[in-house]
Design a protein around this ligand. Sequence first.
Ligand SMILES: *[C@@H]1O[C@H](CO)[C@@H](O)[C@H](O)[C@H]1NC(C)=O
Ligand SMILES: *[C@@H]1O[C@H](CO)[C@@H](O)[C@H](O)[C@H]1NC(C)=O
Ligand SMILES: *[C@@H]1O[C@H](CO)[C@@H](O)[C@H](O)[C@H]1NC(C)=O
Ligand SMILES: CC(=O)N[C@H]1CO[C@H](CO)[C@@H](O)[C@@H]1O
Length: 332
Amino acid sequence: MSRENLKILTLAATIGFSVAVTTLLFRYYSNKNNSLSSFDVDENNTATPKPTPTPTSNPTPSTSSTNNDVNQGQKKQQQSQPQPQVLDIEELIAKCGFCRPEMTDSNKESPNNSISTYHRHYFLCTGIPSEEWPAKLYSATPLLESFQQVMKKYENNPRKNQVVNGSDIPPANKDTLDVIIFPEMVKLVGLTPDTMEKALQYFQDNDTIDLSNFPSEIQVEQLNGKYIFICTHKQKDQRCGYCGPILVDQLRDQINQRGLEKEIQVFGTSHVGGHKYAGNVLVFPPGNWYGYVTPDDVSSIIDSTISGEVIQKLHRGTMGTEIPKKEKSNKH
Ligand SMILES: *[C@@H]1O[C@H](CO)[C@@H](O)[C@H](O)[C@H]1NC(C)=O
Ligand SMILES: *[C@@H]1O[C@H](CO)[C@@H](O)[C@H](O)[C@H]1NC(C)=O
Ligand SMILES: *[C@@H]1O[C@H](CO)[C@@H](O)[C@H](O)[C@H]1NC(C)=O
Ligand SMILES: CC(=O)N[C@H]1CO[C@H](CO)[C@@H](O)[C@@H]1O
C-alpha cells in the first residue's frame, strides 16, 4: 500500500470515528430528553439515576445470590461503574432499599387498589438483561421501536383494557419477538411487527384466542405453570433497579430449594407503574400485583403462588377485577 493511500485511510478512519462518537452523544441526549418528556417519571424521585451513555456495555449480570443487602448493593454498584452520578452504597440503600422511609412508615399508603382496571397483559420477550434497558424501553432496538409503533395503533382495545410491558425472557429468534399473553396463557412465537399487528387486530374483534380463526401464520404455544414478573427497570427507577434483582435472585433460589422450578418461573419486567411500591411483584395466573415486597416476603409469595391465596397486606390489585379509582397521589 502506498503512503498516499495510507494517509487517506487514516483520515477516513478518523472521520468515521468522529461521526460515531457524535452519533452516540446525540442518541444519548435525545434519549434522555425523550425519557423525561414522554414517560410518567416520578418527579419526586430523588433517586432516579442518570441514563448511562453506553448501557449495552454492561456485562451480563450474575444471577448468583447472597442474602445480604450490602453485598448485593455493592455488586450492583460495581457493575454500573464507572458513573460519576451513581449514589454511594449507603445512600443507595437508604433511598432505594427495603428499609427506605416510604416502606417503613407506619402511616404508609396502603397498596390496595393502586392499579387500574385491566383485562389483558402482554409481556414482550426482549432477551435484553434488565440493567441494559433504557428508561424508554422501546428505544433499545429498532425491532422494539417498530413494535411500539404497531402497539400504539391498537392501544385502545374496545373489548379489554390491556397493558404491554417488556421482560428479559429471551425470544426464540433474535430477529423476531415472542409475546406472552395473560389471561390466555399463550406465547406467540416469532412475531414481526406485521404479525404482531395481525394479533392485535384479532383481539380487537375477539375476546379470546380461538385457534380455528386465529391468524394461521402465527405460532401459538400454550403455557403451563406460574409466572412471576418483578419490576427490575433500573434506568426507570432506582428503587425497582435495586429491589427487583434481589427479589428475582431470592425467589429463584427458594423456588429451586423447594424443587418448584418446573412450576414457577421468575423474570424481570420493565416499569409497571408504582415505583414507590418497589419491590413490585406480579403473579400469573391470575395476575395478582404485590407491592412493598421485601426478601422477608419471598416464601409467602411462593406459598401464595401455589395456593392461589392473596397476600392482603401486599396486594395492589388483580388483573380482570374491577379496581375502584384512587386519589391521584397513587399514580406512581
Ligand atoms: C415528595 O416529597 C416530599 C418531601 O419528601 C413529600 O412530602 C411529598 O409527599 C412527596 N410527594 C409525592 C407525590 O410523593
Ligand atoms: C407497562 O405497563 C404500565 C401500565 O401498567 C405502563 O404505565 C408502562 O408504561 C408500561 N411500561 C413499558 C416499558 O411499556
Ligand atoms: C382492598 O379493597 C377492596 C375494595 O376494592 C376491599 O374489598 C378489600 O377489603 C381491601 N383489602 C384490604 C386488605 O384493605
Ligand atoms: C369468535 C370470533 O368472534 N371470531 C372473530 C374474530 O375476528 C375475526 C376478524 O378478525 C372474525 O372474522 C371472527 O369471526
